[in-house]
Design a protein around this ligand. Structure first.
Ligand code: GCO
Ligand code: MN
Ligand code: MN
Length: 393
């Protein structure tokens, strides 16, 4: 019954990654009340392998207990992860550092206390090491609690500078390790979220992060790009497609968290296309026509009402298959003769010469502009399969 019912072989052809934390999410509400049993990375990787999710992503502390990070025990766990990935034909695409959950980060990842900042630098450097060990090509940073609850409690400029120091530490470590291992450096991708877990967030949107990347505080701005999340751009009231277009213009769209949800509500992380399939179709048309080739990371949360079995039997296969279906419809829409003709006609203009008469130009364009609405109708036809004769009598 799942989605397009694609085979694992077909699913593996797409650069789709599944996060450890999404599969292992226990269905807790904001006020904590888990509905599912804990599961391990072995469970997640095995099930991803069966479904045909070819890539896996993880936070450092999703798989390595915080108190053994950087120790020999870490090396043992990482070796075990490597074996598990190989066994199930899954690759690690991305690693990310948890700098928002443990109490040490209560005041954020870049607070006043120098020892916390030094510890944060250790954590991101250590994640770079893990990433290279597991063969990842991307590192993601969601700054979480970089912000404040009450005004005046932090100095914004200093905090942003300290946050830049942590990224500088990660990039410098990366340059060192990549050289030692003869690998490319990782792509370091910032992820913005407008609300949660702080009342006021210092880098709330992808645009804010683009400004931060070019602020002059990063030592290696060329190594740092974006991992926008669809829902995070929608949450603040933005148009995700426009936010992604701005990131593409800046050459910084490197990684994408795919999910869905609602404007101006909290981070519900619903599976891709379950709320806004038409908007997603549009987003994928933008990405296809601009040659986006980064990972599509399934950063959604199986619903609280879904069982442990349902996570892998219903949530993930459906999310993957809907992504594939929308991706293929996007290709169809880009080739569609109706949309092509309409777009070409709009671009050709009315044919009158510009001159100085605004009314005359407006009059000449009047009929032509109806094509905007025609394109909208056509896209929905393509989405619902009406162009293939799907009608009801
Ligand atoms: C969230 C974020 C996370 C990040 C993850 C990667 O809303 O909690 O989207 O899921 O994507 O922490 O760094
Ligand atoms: Mn995310
Ligand atoms: Mn989210």
């Amino acid at each position: 019954m799942c989605g397009g019912g694609y085979s694992p072989e077909i699913r593996r052809k797409y650069f789709i990654s599944g996060p450890q934390w999404a599969a292992a999410y226990r269905g807790q509400a904001l006020f904590w009340a888990p509905t599912r049993e804990p599961i391990t990375f072995e469970d997640v990787i095995r099930e991803f392998g069966k479904i045909g999710i070819g890539y896996w992503s993880t936070h450092d502390s999703d798989v390595i207990p915080t108190d053994v990070l950087g120790t020999d025990r870490q090396a043992e766990i990482v070796a075990k992860i490597k074996r598990t990935l190989e066994e199930h034909g899954v690759k690690c695409s991305m690693v990310t550092t948890e700098t928002f959950y443990h109490a040490v980060f209560a005041a954020g990842p870049a607070p006043e206390a120098p020892e916390v900042r030094e510890y944060a630098a250790f954590r991101v450097r250590n994640t770079v090491d893990i990433g290279h060990e597991l063969g990842a090509r991307y590192a993601v940073y969601w700054p979480g609690s970089l912000g404040y609850f009450t005004q005046g409690s932090i100095d914004e400029i200093q905090t942003l500078g300290w946050y830049a120091d942590a990224l500088n530490a990660a990039c410098e470590r990366d340059i060192e390790v990549a050289k030692q291992k003869g690998r490319d450096t990782l792509k370091h991708c910032l992820e913005a979220k407008p609300f949660e877990p702080q009342a006021e967030i210092l880098l709330p949107t992808s645009d804010a992060m683009l400004a931060f990347i070019s602020s002059g505080r990063l030592k290696h701005p060329e190594m740092v790009g974006l991992n926008p999340e669809y829902l995070h751009e929608l949450m603040w009231g933005g148009a995700p497609r426009a936010a992604l277009a701005r990131a593409l213009l800046a050459g910084k769209l490197w990684h994408l968290d795919i999910n869905d949800g609602y404007r101006l509500k909290h981070d519900v992380d619903i599976a891709i296309g379950l709320v806004n399939p038409l908007d997603w179709l549009n987003v994928l048309m933008l990405l296809r026509s601009n040659g986006f080739n980064g990972p599509f990371n399934l950063d959604f949360k199986p619903l609280r009402t879904t069982s442990n079995h349902g996570v892998f039997a219903v949530s993930f296969p459906n999310a993957v298959d809907r992504f594939i279906t929308l991706w293929e419809i996007a290709a169809e829409a880009l080739e569609d003769s109706v949309i092509r003709e309409a777009t070409a006609a709009l671009k050709a203009g009315s044919g009158v010469s510009a001159g100085t008469d605004a009314d005359a130009i407006a009059e000449a364009n009047k009929e032509l502009l109806t094509l905007h609405e025609l394109i909208a109708h056509r896209l929905v036809q393509l989405l619902l399969g009406m162009h293939r004769g799907r009608t009801y009598f």
